[in-house]
Design a protein around this ligand. Sequence first.
Ligand SMILES: [Zn+2]
Length: 1104
Amino acid sequence: MFSAWKLAKMAFLVRLSATHLLLGRRGASAFRVVVGADVPRRSFGIPASVVQTSAIVGRFGPPSSPSPSSSTSSTTCLGSTLEASSSSPPLAGTVVEHPSYDVVQTDTIPEYGASCTLYRHRKSGAELLSLSTDDDNKCFGITFRTPPRDSTGVPHILEHSVLCGSRKYTTKDPFVQLLQGSLQTFLNAFTYPDRTCYVVASQNTKDFYNLINVYSDAVFHPRAVTDPMVHAQEGWHLELERLDDPLTYKGVVYNEMKGVYSSPDSLLQREAQQSIFPDNAYGVDSGGDPSVIPDLTFEEFAEFHSKYYHPANSRIFFAGDDDVSRRLDIMDEYLGDFDDSPESRPGSKIEWQRKRYVEPVTVRHPYPVSDKGEGGEPDTHLTMTNWLLNDRPMTAMEEITLTVLDHLLTGTTSSILRKTLMESGLGEAITGGGLSDELMQATFSMGLKGVKPENVNKVEELVMDTLKKVAEEGFPEDAVAASMNTIEFQLREFNTGSFPKGLSLMLGSMSKWVYDQNPTEALKFEAPLAELKSSIAKDGSRVFQDMIREFLLENSHRTTVEMFPSKTLEEEQLTEEKERLAKIKASLSEEDLQGIIDKTAELKRLQAAEDSPEARDHPQEVTEYPIRVTENESNSGVTVVRHELGSTSGIAYATLAVDVSGIPLEDVPILPLFTRIMMETGAGEYDSVALSRRIGMHTGGVSVSTMIAGVNQEGAAEDAVTGGEHFVTKLMITGKSTSDKTDELFSIFDLILRDANLDSQAKIIEMLRESKSDKESTIQGSGHSIANARIRSRYSVIGYINEMMSGVSSLDTVKELLDQAKNDFPTLLSRLENMRNTILDKNTCRDGMILDLTGDAAVFEKIESSVENFLTKLPGDSQGSKLQNFYSVPHPWAEYAKEKMAASAPVVDEGFVVPTQVSYVGKGGRLFEVGEAVSGSTSVVSRFLGTGYMWDNVRVIGGAYGGFCQFQPRDGIFSFLSYRDPNLAGTIDVYDGASQALLASAKDMETDPDALATAIIGAIGDMDGALSPNQKGSLQFKRWLTRESPEQRQKFRDEVLNTKPSDFKEFAERLKALKDPSSAVVSSKSAFEDASKAGKTFALKDIM
Ligand SMILES: [Zn+2]
């Protein structure tokens, strides 16, 4: 049962169980890596209406990849009309044999057109699952079972460390070189609570094999087990530069986890997990608890590797269209070094946590808030109720039933449990992801955050009462149909976005395989789905009611975790750490201390040393996707854009873009609220529940967002920095359905566009509360993106508008709107009504509409009449007048935004104070003036700076989790950013030293062509990626909408490929002369105080 839904939940779990990624090596696209597995959220979290990033992603870089689950409030689907996949598995019947392996089992998975063979390596005992599919995005992964015994974070530190050099790849950081110079489409490692996976994907066969070699050598023969410096750098070490200084703890994982432990949401998840697993490996933190990490010795670390990183404890996975015998050959080279270790596998077995609580358990824990004295905002609590669902393996039927039940209870804003909690007014936003079933034992969690102390107990009561009520009354028939269709659509469509399909298959099979069950069974859904359907046909929703009783109501292995605010916790933790370090220092002799000083210096010297790389092949041409544009189609006044692809599995993808330039700029901050209302409050005769079910029954999901995209001005040079006055602003209604359901899809588009209920005060208050809470979490947990948006808002009109809608200032907007919604709803309502009237202005709205469609030939043929029908029925006058042409005249928002920028976004260094133990440090400015030409070489240089100097100094030496930089050719603005950083003033010094370091690199490159080639390949790899059908369509649409020509794309790519050392030099000189630079930092009060002592002062603002 591996749907996009499941993938979303899996990723959610990976994130929240503090299992972490090697984030951060890719400049702007660092965020792309993260999105792959770290950020995905379910329906809660980022609302549908967050500004699309088209305006702030690299000009010719990859599209901002949506998370596999960027599912918005009501992404629900219909599956029953989708045909079962008919593609026959390639190579069916031909099992590849190899002398070094026994064939354990063969199978086909018709659901995904895959033929599978499970091998056992004779000498080492390793298991290898080989899937042959027609996917050219080849995927390899190796997974070890690594259950931790304590919270020292040893699996996580090891995950980081094995990628720091190995027997064959002796450089200090081969992983970095892969990121710098590979064409990979995915490269990462994950630590779960019970396993560690290393994964790569690439469309280039040669590159793919190279990546496998690097990874295999790294996991089996890492330098980290013989060289204690690696553990010191990635895990933790004591640092001391001068005898009189205080000792400090440093280390990448140490600091990463400090960031995690600063977030109340993460703390809640951790406490919840530990409370329901008191006895087994899930009860400790595989990511590492910062207060325990320094207990880990190098010997224990090395011992953990030798115990668990043995082939006999590994599971190796391949999927894609590459040659099977080659796979077996490559792995044989590594596995052949080892003899079988029969005790290895039983030694890593996960023990079952018995359901042993006879009474539900309650747990209370503090979380840190800043002390703002009197008059601060009232303290709020978080509470979540959690169940351990099973202490024996579940059947496939039980699993799929649970998946659908989870969707019925929590999947959309109209799902009963989620809806009841949100409407209760007991809290601001939902916590708990419902069902988590990626580990051996499934759990279910639900609760609220932003809860007043006196309401905490009511939340649990409400959860229980709601479940009791549903168990008695059952679910309405249409709700069951909508959820069934949603799950089935996702299973069949198997659209993983930019996330490699092979990786999804691996994660799916691993959910069984890692527990010694059949790896291919987990991927099959036809049989259990049919069984569930027939059960529903016979007994309606009884199967779900029985399940609620058995797994939830009558299950006393339940815990409720409450997190309460503490104003002293942050200070206490700091003091505790200082005292601990002072005690250590006092216990050491001067000789010992001198030893630490020497080691610190040695580590810094090693970290700063240079490696030498190698170069590989790369494609010269830009990939273009089909596009056909018809203006005034069927005399409707509307422009239709079509992308006809080879196959889209019978699915039509549609976006209706509606112009919003008539809205006055001062109302732009409420656009995100408006787009959310379109989805969540019902429309016309449909209330919110009925609308959500209608979407669920007939479509593959509908969402609404806003797009602000800078465009090329008519007649201007395409490679010149724009003044930012020319852009298009659209409200985008996006959806998908099977080709026989597009009438219904379009009718929903029309309904929510014209007739969304703007007047549901209670619902709007609820949405605003939730979005306030989400924004606070974003500021605290993703401060780098907040800092970046803030910096850009000072120099660019589009940056300013984006910041208004989703940056730190939007938190104030949401608070004001909440106040207005509560105390003066008529005013808010009339603003919203005016907004809709403006958007649907009879005279001009048709001219501003664009319908973008992606499908295959059969889909287009089938949907032709519904397209025509839709066009003629749209609001507005088909003979109306033309909108202003923003490709030649400035956008009306531009003038006013410029005035506002001068007044409200002056170029100053700003600090945003939040409760946290880490900093997010940003600094930037204008690198190119308006009108100056920007060459493609800039993307090579800024990437080089991010993956080289920034990585080395901010992450490796500074101990931050990430350091990147971002440059956008369109607006000429450059920014430096750090993520979960222990330093503040020091990081700014690092930024200020960048131009000097870059000049030195430019000089070195004159004599080192390999270094240059690596930098170029990395930049090219960023520009190419594997896209799903709808992503191909929307990328080509965006290229057309912004009037970016294919010639310019090719020119840009040629410039990337022809980058020279002199380009590095020129960039460095510009950086040195960066005009009007300024900083934006998200950090704690005490860190700002320290920075001020070091001469770095900021205009401070308390955020929470
Ligand atoms: Zn990590």
